[in-house]
Design a protein around this ligand. Structure first.
Ligand code: SAH
Length: 206
């Protein structure tokens, strides 16, 4: 998976590749799908949600440029797979999941794997996590209709927000960097995510 799907597509960050080699992805998918855990596509994780394609996780985490010193906020814990990678690459990880059953499953796996630098909360992540702000990185694993201003407001100077933005069927991955001169926005390319549901995302019934 690492060689053919991630390195072959141009991701060279050795610490990130090492973290991908270390975290066993099959533990984050249900037993019936474990033989597909390292394939080049997303997989269902229940509650109509998916664990993202390995390369997409790599691209997003790479865009945060982590050096083990950062405090990171993840929105959309899902399976907890990306959370584990963030725990390997940052100092502290805060993660928010709106669906309780997914959050509980992720908490139990990450505890079993002894990731003590992770804190998971159930709720609407579109508000961010004001008590723990500012963050050096914020990573949103679900597609938003627009970039929530409140999340930009929780970025430290030098901090980066990575978020898919677009329609419900297609998005572009954006990186917003909080520079001393203001916010710089880059488009990292097309992607497809499940929808971000919440106050500053899509409404529940659309
Ligand atoms: N990185 C995860 C992605 C899971 S899919 C993985 O690879 O497993 C996206 C997740 O975002 C879903 O679990 C969904 O329930 C969650 N989500 C959607 N809107 C949210 C919100 N407003 N706050 C928190 N989590 C949200």
């Amino acid at each position: 998976m690492v060689k053919d799907q991630i390195e072959a597509r141009g991701i060279k960050n050795e610490r990130l590749l090492e973290a991908f080699r270390k975290v066993p992805r099959h533990l984050f998918v249900e037993e019936a799908l474990q033989n597909q855990a390292y394939e080049d596509y997303p997989l269902p994780i229940g509650e109509s949600q998916t664990i993202s394609q390995p390369y997409m996780v790599a691209l997003m985490v790479d865009a945060l440029q982590l050096t083990r010193k950062e405090k990171v906020l993840e929105i959309g814990t899902g399976s907890g797979y990306q959370t584990a990678l963030l725990a390997e690459l940052a100092e502290e990880v805060y993660s928010i999941e709106r669906i309780p059953s997914l959050a509980h499953r992720a908490i139990s796996i990450l505890n079993r794997m002894e990731y003590f630098n992770v804190t998971i909360r159930i709720g609407d992540g579109t508000f961010g996590w004001a008590e723990k702000a500012p963050f050096d990185g914020i990573i949103v694993s679900a597609g938003a209709p627009e970039i929530p201003e409140v999340l930009k407001g929780q970025l430290a100077v030098g901090g980066r927000l990575v978020i898919p933005v677009g329609s419900q069927s297609m998005q572009n991955l954006f990186r917003v960097t909080h520079t001393p001169e203001g916010f710089k926005t880059e488009n990292l390319g097309g992607c497809t995510f499940v929808k971000l549901v919440g106050r500053y995302g899509w409404r529940d019934n659309v």
